[in-house]
Design a protein. Structure first.
Length: 256
């Protein structure tokens, strides 16, 4: 397999960072590029959701650009280079797939995942808590899901779905009480508990809470745009009753 374009791309990145390269690229650091890494990853996910392969190819290139830029910056500081990144990933994949590269036998994908987690735990001996290693930069719903799953693996689980509903309703009541007391700090805490309980309800039903909320966001945005199309006057002039009628009309047209 020929990796000519990849090798040339690595050389292009090095040239951009060279003394006679691009002033903007030369100014970048791991810290200044941080938001770009997040943004490009989300744009790649958007392309996946749209099932748009040309767009996905482009966005994967942008993600790769971030990887190469960070690797080049690290190389200039003698921390590591792209070859080190590739070797570490290669070694990790081989070690965590003994059913492919070794003699381990597995029955299904679930057993593969169990083996992966076991091998990962053996590698990460510095981790003492089940909560160690969870990214602090992860989206809140994704983080809540991971925290919950980690806890469940340690046996911390609700006995049934009914108890989860009781927990959710209880947190709502506690939020109402904090609202009555006009205690903003307590309200924020209890609202967080509501969201965490809702995430656990999603997990119980094998629903990805992050994806569910993203879809809800898109659905609301689509309906609101339809309302703007259907409106016969500025939306700010609509009464609550008129808004409700317009919302129902938009919902009906989108379904039709």
């Amino acid at each position: 397999m020929n990796y000519k374009n990849l090798e040339e791309l690595i050389a292009v990145i090095a040239k951009l960072r060279a003394p006679d390269g691009c002033p903007w690229d030369r100014e970048q650091t791991h810290q200044t590029l941080r938001p770009n890494m997040i943004e490009e990853a989300y744009e790649a996910v958007d392309a996946i959701d749209e099932n748009d392969m040309p767009h996905l190819r482009e966005e994967l290139g942008d993600v790769l650009l971030q990887v190469l830029l960070h690797s080049q910056i690290a190389s200039e500081r003698n921390d590591f280079d792209i070859e080190d990144v590739a070797k570490e990933l290669k070694d990790k994949l081989i070690h965590r797939h003994p059913h492919v590269f070794g003699n381990t036998n597995v029955k299904d994908a679930n057993e593969v995942k169990d083996n992966w987690d076991k091998l990962k735990a053996e590698e990460k001996t510095e981790r003492k808590s089940a909560m160690d290693g969870i990214s602090r930069s992860m989206a809140a719903l994704m983080s809540a899901q991971k925290i919950s799953k980690r806890a469940v693996k340690q046996g911390f689980e609700w006995p049934d779905e009914a108890s989860l509903y009781e927990c959710l309703y209880s947190e709502i009541e506690e939020f109402k009480q904090a609202e009555t007391e006009k205690d903003k700090v307590h309200m924020e805490e209890e609202f967080g508990d509501i969201l965490f309980a809702a995430v656990n309800l999603a997990r119980w039903n094998k629903i990805d809470a992050e994806q569910a909320l993203l879809k809800a966001n898109k659905k609301f945005e689509k309906r609101f745009r339809k309302m703007e199309e259907l409106a016969t006057k500025p939306l700010t002039e609509y009464t609550l009753e008129e808004y409700d009628i317009l919302w129902r009309q938009a919902k009906k047209e989108l379904r039709g």
